[in-house]
Design a protein around this ligand. Structure first.
Ligand code: GRF
Length: 231
């Protein structure tokens, strides 16, 4: 994001990201790596996990990023849990909330606290296969392509305006884990790219649709296709 000072000097400010996780944190790692390589102009203010021993928290600590566990089981209602989550993110002055493998559905209460400022990575080509076990759903259905999507979070489950998608082929001999691994590689690419689009102010809502402003400085594509396998 750019700020013009009263003297007309263009200053770059870094968007502060709060990342919510529940598991291994490989998507978190890819955001950290892209920031460290200078490919992503943002800073991670805090990483919050609802699972106390999530490996993602260790990854954050290793990079000196504040990391906090807020166990949803310690709260009697979803609202109380989310109120604590929102308070922590606000105390770190977070501009953008990134759900990077965060396995809780957020209620409208939380979403309204960060309007159009929450994005999620989902391991399927939405609107196909929302919810849990997206890779298994793709295998069970027998699709030849699946993939991953980064989208703004609205009040539905894995609905909300799509920012970037990457397609991934499904092989006949795929297991849930081999397919998940192939999808994860693309997740690691598109999540930082979607954040970069947000940070560079390239995401524009017009006529109820989300578009990427191509006159901006970002040349991040909105789609990634795999090379087709020729037999
Ligand atoms: C990813 O596949 C993400 O899309 C899904 O959970 C997985 C988390 O992986 N919601 P990681 O914790 O980022 O390694």
């Amino acid at each position: 994001m750019n700020l013009t000072t009263s003297s007309g000097i263009l200053m770059k400010t870094k968007i502060k990201i709060g990342i919510l996780v529940s598991g291994s944190g490989s998507n978190l790692q890819s955001i950290i790596d892209n920031i460290e390589k200078g490919k992503l102009t943002a800073s991670i203010s805090v990483v919050v996990s609802n699972i106390e021993d999530a490996f993602a928290l260790e990854r954050a600590r290793k990079h000196n990023i504040p990391s906090i566990a807020i166990n949803h089981r310690d709260f009697s209602t979803r609202e109380d849990f989310e109120a604590e989550l929102a308070a922590v993110l606000k105390s770190f002055h977070v501009d953008l909330v990134v759900l990077a493998g965060f396995m809780r559905v957020l209620s409208p209460y939380f979403i309204k606290s960060f309007p159009r400022r929450i994005i999620n990575i989902h391991p399927a080509l939405l609107p196909s296969f929302p919810g849990v076990h997206a890779q298994r759903q793709a295998l069970d259905y027998g699709v030849k392509f699946t993939g991953c999507s980064v989208h703004f979070v609205d009040e539905g489950v894995d609905t909300g305006p799509i920012i970037i998608q990457a397609a991934v082929p499904v092989h006949d001999d795929d297991s849930e884990s081999s397919l998940s691994e192939r999808i994860l590689l693309e997740e690691h690419r598109i999540l930082p790219e979607a954040i970069e689009l947000y940070v560079s102010g390239s995401l524009i809502f017009t006529d109820g649709r989300l578009r990427i402003n191509r006159s901006g400085k970002s040349d991040v594509p909105a789609t990634h296709n795999p090379p087709l396998q020729i037999f």
